[in-house]
Write a protein that binds this ligand. Structure first.
Ligand SMILES: [Zn+2]
Length: 173
C-alpha cells in the first residue's frame, strides 16, 4: 500500500527529491522501479499541476517506499548522530546531556572530562585546553586529525568573550 493511495495525487517534484535523498541516479532508480529512464525523467520534470502517467507514478511511489525502508536514512539536514561520529571508540557511550564522564580530549588527545553531550555538540573540560564546546559536525569533519581541531579551537577562543565557553562549530580543514 503506497501513500498517497491514488497515484494521480503524487507529487513528481517531491518524488524527485526523495530519489535524490536516497542517493540514486536515474538509471538505478528507473531500474528499481521497473520503468524506463525516459519515463522517469518525464515524470520527475512534470510541471506543477500538469498531468503525468499514473502507471509511472505508482511504480515510482512503490520503489521509493521500498527503498526508503531498506536504506539507512541519510542525514542531510542537521547534525550527524553521535553514534556515527569519527570519535567512536575514543569516547564512552553517550550519556544524557549534563552528566560528566571521563573521556579523551579530541584536541590534545589526553584524558579529559566530557561535561555534556547532545545531538549538537560536546562540551569538554581538558587540563590543557580548558573548557570548550565542539559541534558533532566539526568532530566528524575533522575526522581523526586533532591538528584541525586545535586550530579551530584557537580561532573559537579568539572570538569568545571572557567568561564564555569557546564553541568550535565548524572546521576549515
Ligand atoms: Zn585538550
Amino acid at each position: 500500500m503506497t501513500y498517497p493511495a491514488n497515484p494521480a495525487d503524487r507529487s513528481p517534484k517531491g518524488d524527485h527529491n526523495r530519489r535524490l535523498s536516497l542517493g540514486l541516479d536515474t538509471d538505478d532508480f528507473a531500474q528499481a522501479a521497473g520503468i524506463s529512464v525516459e519515463d522517469l525523467h518525464e515524470y520527475e520534470t512534470t510541471a506543477p499541476d500538469h498531468k503525468f502517467r499514473t502507471d509511472v507514478a505508482e511504480r515510482v511511489g512503490r520503489a521509493l517506499e521500498s527503498l526508503e525502508r531498506s536504506e539507512t536514512g541519510l542525514v542531510d539536514n542537521g547534525p550527524i548522530p553521535p553514534s556515527e561520529s569519527a570519535y567512536d571508540g575514543l569516547t564512552e557511550p553517550e550519556q544524557p546531556f549534563g552528566r560528566a564522564q571521563p573521556s579523551i580530549c579530541p584536541v590534545s588527545l589526553e584524558p579529559a572530562t566530557l561535561l555534556a553531550s547532545n545531538a549538537e555538540y560536546r562540551e569538554y573540560r581538558c587540563p590543557t585546553c580548558g573548557t570548550f564546546r565542539i559541534s558533532q559536525v566539526a568532530l566528524t569533519l575533522a575526522g581523526d586529525d586533532p591538528e584541525v581541531l586545535r586550530e579551530a579551537l584557537s580561532v573559537a577562543r579568539h572570538v569568545t568573550s571572557a567568561g564564555e565557553v569557546p564553541f568550535v562549530s565548524n572546521v576549515s580543514g
